[in-house]
Design a protein around this ligand. Sequence first.
Ligand SMILES: Nc1nc2c(ncn2[C@@H]2O[C@H](COP(=O)(O)OP(=O)(O)OP(=O)(O)O)[C@@H](O)[C@H]2O)c(=O)[nH]1
Length: 170
Amino acid sequence: MPEARLTFLLGGARSGKSAHAEQLVSALPAPWTYIATAQSYDDEMSERIAIHRARRDANWVTLDAPLDLTETLDALPDGAPLLLDCLTLWLSNQMLAGHDVEQESARLADVLSRPRGPWFVVSNEVGLGIVPDNALARRFRDAAGRLNQRVAAHAHTVLFMVSGLPMKVK
Ligand SMILES: Nc1nc2c(ncn2[C@@H]2O[C@H](COP(=O)(O)OP(=O)(O)OP(=O)(O)O)[C@@H](O)[C@H]2O)c(=O)[nH]1
């Protein structure tokens, strides 16, 4: 059975984090689980999701978890290689649903601190630009930074993606 360990991949939009994570997971024995947190509200998002789906072959099993991510992780079989894409969309879904993001983030980080297989988790680094001019975006940026720190603290390996290239930060 593949080793249980957490790999955390961070990066900006279009930094290549999903593709790199897919490569790492698909080097492990199939089948591979893909947990998607995105929900498609419009044609642009549907198109993005369709591109991702077309990239994954029949060895991938896709589970949707826009909100109930901790429960979905708890239900995974031991040893299953997992790609979870991505934490920041899950966080924005939690905020838009009016949930307590600190409490939900703590619960999620706790589950991720005990990976039961080779788990690869993708998140966005959203804090590198200027301070957003609206309060919701500032709340989101701060919550995302805190969640990323929590998960990175538990991860065995942390990779920061820059222009398609992985930079090992842990
Ligand atoms: N619902 C759903 N979402 C999916 C599926 N496949 C991929 N996604 C979502 O697509 C999102 C990533 O899409 P992109 O916007 O293209 O990626 P990006 O993070 O900007 O770019 P990269 O850094 O290059 O990966 C993730 O949040 C996934 O949850 C799927 O089968 N179903």
